[in-house]
Write a protein that binds this ligand. Structure first.
Ligand code: ZN
Length: 76
């Protein structure tokens, strides 16, 4: 059962989300990840299976499907 580790809410909705992971310091965007999103605070939670699949995807793939340029802003 869903239990948000940020706000403690038990309500979530299923969404596909895009998330940036840092692989050896390199930002890597993974799109269309199935996630449970907290209806109260918007925290995204990936299942253990999903997390493992992402790890394999970014580590084992010969190359990404495509590359994007990313603008980086540091707050403050
Ligand atoms: Zn929450």
């Amino acid at each position: 059962m869903f239990h948000c580790h940020v706000c403690g809410s038990k309500q979530s909705t299923d969404h596909f989300v895009d998330e940036v992971f840092f692989i050896e310091g390199k930002p890597t965007l993974v799109e269309h990840i199935p996630a449970k999103v907290c209806t109260r605070c918007g925290e995204k939670t990936f299942s253990k299976e999903t997390t493992e699949k992402i790890r394999q995807l970014v580590q084992n793939k010969v190359g990404p499907d495509r590359e994007v340029q990313m603008d980086v802003f540091v707050y403050g």
